[in-house]
Design a protein around this ligand. Structure first.
Ligand SMILES: NC(=O)C1=CN([C@@H]2O[C@H](COP(=O)(O)OP(=O)(O)OC[C@H]3O[C@@H](n4cnc5c(N)ncnc54)[C@H](O)[C@@H]3O)[C@@H](O)[C@H]2O)C=CC1
Ligand SMILES: O=C(O)CCC(=O)C(=O)O
Length: 448
């Protein structure tokens, strides 16, 4: 029999084995805090030490990334790929290029990815990678040289049946293009399924660009509907203005919500008439500019508030879509005071544990990232399917698949939470449902 004390001891051992990896510890804590009922129900999981095994990456690769900048100076960055768990399929997860990237950050993201990918119901394992490279203010030439150097090492470790990276913060279609070009050159193989998030002319899938944000909007809509609410006429606030944020805003508006604020790392914009998403796309995706440009060019009466978090804007629905730990207890208290009814994580682990606790205590509907933002990786798996069958689906069909997957993920989390006596607790539902599928596969494979 596994008791709560056994689990606490086990969690402490996992944390001690990986010192100074604060973000990874945080992700591990969330899992351990919710899995007690499933471990109790399945003594064979404890006997096979599945929890210990799932916390230990199958492989972690750390490498030097040297490149030459436009001034002719040599620059050195550190690259990572953590191949966490391949029980359900090839390692799958994005690459993040940001100065804050450390082994602990990559491990937390890879760990989350195991459960998220399992929830999609598709055959993908969990992994993540990246580098402490800052793409901000780099020329196109410098980005290309960095990507080529990064892939010169990474190509040895990845493959359609082994490990399939994609984008994340700082890595979009441009970077995937440079990475894919270098992989093709080094291996002399046009192996489309080795990377996802590709451009539509060279093996990419329709809806992948939109998928994470659209999926988050679908998920929050499902959460609201399941509790007798809807998005109609609701004020929605989104953090970030990158890939996830832009398409979350677009789909929220299509579903009847009113997005009144969004942000970047310099501050936020408030537009009570409703954010003009096409203008944000032009500023952010095309010009790679700052969000402070928006009020200068919008026909609405919008304002830019520098250096402050967007969570001070009153809203019914909050979608953190920027980065980890961006929504803290102070922000959560503010949102609760302003009568927020639902929060869904478009980003990975954007809410601190204290914020999550406050939402839970206040009875706010809370969609954890591993469920709410799973639409991106799910559509990556659909891209792999299309690559394997040399096929290309229409936008409408691809979006209908995404919608179906998000509806199923919501239902799975909702029903699992009920089954384990935690109705309405989407965190427990997501963790238990995600873990169970991986656990069953690991059990079937023996001790490996
Ligand atoms: N791109 C994808 O398909 C998926 C991304 N995610 C997660 O979503 C989040 C955002 O990723 P992307 O949109 O792809 O990245 P991105 O690089 O396109 O955009 C990130 C955005 O966050 C903003 N930002 C960064 N730090 C901030 C801060 N402290 N305050 C306010 N804004 C800040 C940036 O200015 C930028 O607008 C990340 O947590 C990522 O791991 C999760 C699932 C899939
Ligand atoms: O599409 C992918 O493989 C990457 C998605 C990702 O990095 C994520 O879900 O956080």
């Amino acid at each position: 029999m596994t008791t709560n004390n056994d689990l606490v001891e086990l969690k402490n051992r996992v944390i001690e084995r990986s010192p100074a990896e604060q973000e990874f510890h945080q992700a591990v804590e969330t899992i351990f805090d919710t899995l007690e009922p499933v471990i109790r129900k399945h003594p064979d999981y404890a006997q096979a030490k599945l929890l210990e095994r799932i916390c230990e990456p199958e492989r972690q690769i750390i490498f030097r990334v040297p490149w030459v900048d436009d001034q002719g100076y040599v620059q050195i960055n550190r690259g990572y790929r953590v191949e966490f768990n391949s029980a359900l399929g090839p390692y799958k997860g994005g690459l993040r290029f940001h100065p804050s990237v450390t082994l602990g950050v990559v491990k937390f993201l890879g760990f989350e990815q195991i459960f998220k990918n399992s929830l999609t119901g598709l055959p993908i394992g969990g992994g993540k990678g990246g580098a402490d490279f800052d793409p901000k203010d780099k020329s196109d030439n410098e980005i290309m040289h960095f990507c080529q150097s990064f892939m010169t090492e990474l190509h040895r470790h990845i493959g359609e049946y082994t490990d399939v990276p994609a984008g994340d913060i700082g890595v979009g279609t441009r970077e995937i293009g440079y990475l894919f070009g270098q992989y093709k050159r080094l291996t002399n193989r046009y192996e489309s399924g080795v990377l996802t998030g590709k451009g539509l002319y060279w093996g990419g899938a329709r809806v992948r660009t939109e998928a994470t944000g659209y999926g988050t909007a679908y998920f929050v809509n499902e959460m609201l509907s399941a509790h007798g609410n809807g998005l109609d006429d609701r004020d929605v606030v989104v953090s970030g203005s990158g890939n996830v944020a832009i398409y979350a805003m677009k789909k929220i508006q299509e579903l009847g919500g009113r997005v009144i604020a969004c942000s970047d790392s310099s501050g936020y914009i408030h537009d009570s008439a409703g954010i003009d998403v096409e203008l944000i796309k032009q500023i952010k995706e095309v010009e790679r500019g700052r969000i402070s440009e928006y009020p200068k060019r919008s026909h609405h009466n919008a304002t830019f508030v520098p250096g402050r978090a967007v969570w001070e804007v009153p809203c019914h629905v909050a979608l953190p879509c920027a980065t980890q730990n961006e929504l803290d207890a102070h922000a959560a208290k503010n949102l609760i005071k302003n009568d927020v009814i639902a929060v869904a994580e478009g980003a990975n682990m954007p809410c601190t544990p204290e914020a999550v606790e406050l939402f839970r205590d206040a009875g706010i509907l809370f969609g954890p990232g591993k469920a709410a933002n799973a639409g991106g990786v799910a559509t990556s798996a659909l891209e792999m399917q299309q690559n394997a069958s040399r096929d290309s689906w229409t936008f409408e069909y691809s979006e209908s698949r995404l919608k179906e997957i998000m509806t199923n993920i919501h239902a799975n989390c909702y029903e699992t939470a009920e089954e384990y006596g935690r109705p309405g607790d989407y965190i427990s539902g997501a963790n238990i449902a995600g873990f169970t599928r991986v656990a069953e596969a690991m059990l079937a494979f023996g001790v490996i």
